[in-house]
Design a protein around this ligand. Sequence first.
Ligand SMILES: Nc1ncnc2c1ncn2[C@@H]1O[C@H](COP(=O)(O)OP(=O)(O)OP(=O)(O)O)[C@@H](O)[C@H]1O
Ligand SMILES: [Mg+2]
Length: 407
Amino acid sequence: MDRRKEMRTDASAALQLSITESLRNLYLGILAYIFGDQEMSSVKPEILLNRMLSTKSAISTTSICTDKNQWARDGIGEKVFTTVGQGQCGTVYALRGTTMVIKLPNSPQKSDQLFNDFQIHSAVKNAFTSLPATMRTSYNINIPEVKMWVDPVASHFWSEHASMFPDTENSVDVPNYGLVTERIFPLPLPVRSAIVDTFCPKEIKKQKDKFLKMPENKDCLVRLYLGRYRKDSPMTPENVRLRNFPLHIDEMQYLKLDVEMFAKMIAQALAVLHWKVGVDANDIEFVLGSTPEISPAPSATEIQNAGKDTSAAYYVSDFKHRTVSMWLLDFNLCAKFSKDPSGLKKIVDGFWWNDPYYPRPSDKLWDVFVEHYLGISYEFNKTTMPKAFIDEVVEVGKKRAAGGLFA
Ligand SMILES: Nc1ncnc2c1ncn2[C@@H]1O[C@H](COP(=O)(O)OP(=O)(O)OP(=O)(O)O)[C@@H](O)[C@H]1O
Ligand SMILES: [Mg+2]
C-alpha cells in the first residue's frame, strides 16, 4: 500500500469517540497532501505524528495574521476591528489581539433580531454549561461565551472602541447596538493550505499564495455539511472562498473523518436546543474553528507558590498554537416553540431550513443521528414529541424528494 493510503488507514483504525482523535485524523489526511509521495516515504510516520501532536494536538501556524494578533496581545501595534463575517442580520468584527468579536446590525431594522440573538445565545450558553457531566464530556460542542450587550449610548464601551472600527463606505455605523461574544478563531494556515491542495480547482491551486492571502480566505471556518454532497454544489474558481468553507459528507468520508461522531455531536446539540432550551434551532451554524492557547488566570495558591521570576509565565497567551473543535453559532432567527402541533411544525421547518448540516433521512448516517437525538431528548422530555419530530421530518423529506428536492 502506498504511504498515503497506509497513513490514512492506520489513522482510521485508531478512531475513537473524541473530537481530538477525529481531528488528529484530519491532520493525517492533510499531511498526506502537504507532503508529496516522495517526502511521505522519507519522513517516518511517527515523526509526522510527533510534529502534529507534540503540542497537545495544537497546530503551529505561521501567518502574518497570527503575528499581528500576537503583537496586539503583547501590546505592540494598534488595536483595530476587522470584518470576519457578514450575514443577513449583522456584520461581525474581531478586535485583533483579543478573544472578542462584536456583531453589529446591518441596518437599524435588524437591531431587534440582534437583541433576540443575544437573549437566545445567552440561554443556549447557560443550558450547555449546566448539562449533566456525561453530556459535557462526550459529544459536547463549543458555544462562544456571551461577553456583553451594548447600546448606542454605552459610553463605557464606545468611548474606548468607536475609533477602532473601519470607516469605509459599507461599514456599519458606530456607536450602535452590538452583541459582544467570544471569537471562534479561524483554522490555521497549514489546514487552509491543505484545503486548497485537496479540494480546490486547479486554477486556485496555481495561485495558491495569492488566494490564501485574500482577507476572505483567512477567516476560515469550516461548515460541516453532513446532509450535502459536493456533486450537488460544485466548486468553481469564481465561487470558492475559505470563509465558511462547506465541507460535504463525501469530502469528510474521503478524509476518513469520524462522521458518526460529528452526527452524534450535532444530534446532541439539536436535542438540547429543542428540549432543554426550548428553541427551534432555526438557521444555526455548525462549524470547525480553532482556539488559541489562552492561559487561564492562575489560582490564588499558584500565585502564592510562585516567585517573581516564575509568575509571569502564567499570563502568556499564545495565538500561534491552535486546537481545533466544533462550534455552534448564530441564534438571531431562533424562536421559542410551544409543545403542541404548531410548535412541532416550527421545529420541523427549522430542521429543513438548516438541512445541509443534518444527515439526510435516506442516508445510513440518519440512523446514528436519530438514535442519539432521541436518547438525549429523552433526558429532558419524556413525551412522544421528540419521536413525532423525527417522524414528521421523514414525512416532509419524502414529499420533498417526490417534488424533486433533496431528502
Ligand atoms: N464568534 C464568532 N467568531 C468568529 N467568526 C464569527 C463569529 N460569529 C460569527 N462569525 C462569522 O460571521 C458570519 C456571520 O455571522 P452570523 O452568522 O452570526 O450573522 P448573520 O447575519 O446572522 O448571518 P446569516 O444571514 O447567515 O444568518 C458567520 O457565518 C461566521 O463566519
Ligand atoms: Mg443568522
